[in-house]
Design a protein around this ligand. Sequence first.
Ligand SMILES: NC(=O)C1=CN([C@@H]2O[C@H](COP(=O)(O)OP(=O)(O)OC[C@H]3O[C@@H](n4cnc5c(N)ncnc54)[C@H](O)[C@@H]3O)[C@@H](O)[C@H]2O)C=CC1
Ligand SMILES: O=C(O)C1=N[C@H](C(=O)O)C[C@H](O)C1
Length: 253
Amino acid sequence: MIKVAICGALGRMGQTIGKMVDESDDLELVGGVDVKAGSTFGVEVFPSTEIEKFLEEKKPDVIVDFTIASAAVGNIRAASKHKVALVVGTTGFTPEQRSEINSMIEGNVPAVISSNFSVGVNIFWKLVREAAKRLGDYDIEVIEAHHHFKKDAPSGTANTIIDIIKQEVGDREEMYGRKGMVGERGNEIGVHVIRGGDIVGDHSVLFAGNNEVIELSHRASDRAVFAHGVLRSIRWVYGKSPAVYSMNDVLNL
Ligand SMILES: NC(=O)C1=CN([C@@H]2O[C@H](COP(=O)(O)OP(=O)(O)OC[C@H]3O[C@@H](n4cnc5c(N)ncnc54)[C@H](O)[C@@H]3O)[C@@H](O)[C@H]2O)C=CC1
Ligand SMILES: O=C(O)C1=N[C@H](C(=O)O)C[C@H](O)C1
């Protein structure tokens, strides 16, 4: 059995992942960490101030982090110090935070980091790359929509979409919305963020040219789609060599 712990255990994703781990035959949920102590699926949740005590007592094989960027950096630091493998889904990192995370992980622990653990989104990203390779002269717009409670914008998935597009078409300015007399469109990437209701996670990319538009879209209907990818990543990362990995490694894409 692989021993699993969850940082953000009492959150939306923490609860979804915890349920799936609890129901699995080969993974054991040994505990969680959250802002306040509590319990989840019959195991203890330690307060975030006691994460090192938690790691020393529960000795997980893999720790999953779905918290908030400012917290995840500290959680990853503790896991790396205690040589615990990582699966990190938290988004909203600054470039500086991402660089610090990579340096803490390299040489210490194996870690799968992804802004989106859905298999479908990882295939969607490949389709976006193929389209961007061939439609660089089209006007490109990125749209994402999420639930009322999401704290970061644009989504980590949308940021990954933008990174992929830039890798294929070259560096372009990002234009977050438009208002007033903005004049003729420039060679920017338009980015539009929708927040409302209980939208799980929708992403679209428009390639708009003369007389045609190609639209690529992905829609998540339940957080279980992310949790499935997380469990695949837990099973994959266990025993791997220390390095930063992505879902491309887990899915062999
Ligand atoms: N990569 C992916 O596939 C996905 C990523 N996410 C990302 O996961 C993160 C969490 O999303 P949700 O679960 O919806 O948020 P949430 O707000 O429901 O849960 C976050 C949890 O982390 C806890 N927390 C805050 N600081 C902490 C700390 N220092 N230590 C431990 N726990 C702490 C909060 O109390 C809360 O329970 C967000 O960044 C979101 O963008 C969400 C879904 C899928
Ligand atoms: O906060 C969420 O809910 C999600 N966040 C991730 C992101 O920021 O891309 C992944 C998914 O879209 C759900």
